[in-house]
Design a protein around this ligand. Sequence first.
Ligand code: PEP
Length: 266
Amino acid sequence: MVVQGELFVIGNWKMHLTQQAATDLASTISDPKTSHDAVTIGIAPSFVALAAAKASRKSDDILIGGQDCYPVDEGAYTGSVSAAMLRDAGCSFVICGHSERRTHQQETSHFVREKAESAIKAGLHVILCVGENAGFREHGSYLSFVETQLRESLPASATRENLTVAYEPIWAIGTGKHASRTDIEEMHDHLKAVLHELLGEKIPRIIYGGSVKPNNALEIMSLPVVDGVLVGGASLDAAAFNAILDAAYQITSNQTRDDGRSKAAQ
Ligand code: PEP
């Protein structure tokens, strides 16, 4: 099992960084072995910077992941990269269904499920993204919208070992406006109930993404319903990403969450 940490912290580098810049950034991410193994760290560089990031990270325990994959092993799909190819390139995980792909590439939940299925088949851990836009939030139908997205995107073979759900409200991505504690708790509780109904007792982790920064990471990850964070903008800055990792180390060292419950006991 590649993802063992109590908290899973992932940097999504999106379409940023040359190979040299990826080398420089990867080499400055703090080494989990010298800190705390209760935190699993992942970084998702662009396809062309995967090798550079992989070679320059301080430890093999910093997992390398793809930002997307195509749901066929190989063939005439110009411009696409398969899950099997990502695995061959040294990836341990892949992000599927990020809202930027659902929006700009018109990816449907059905297609996202095919990607996730192919990734699990290739031995990758899937980060399955779901989240509502501002319209659904304002209309009040956000819970049912995200529930439908999850039901339609989730592969039948999903388990806690091979998949993590990332709740990423679109209105919070790249805006500097993160979801409130109440918003996060309400959605994570709802999604946990849906996962429980679909998969039984042992449900996948649910991490939060959307303007996670050093100044809010501790508060967000202290919530017992939050199993980690997916970080965009702040993951491009070594000091900011390391500060977010420090918050995760602090939480897992104390073994308590906001409500006093032990995270490990849940
Ligand atoms: C993301 O793109 O997954 C993300 C959460 O971005 P940001 O942290 O910049 O909001």
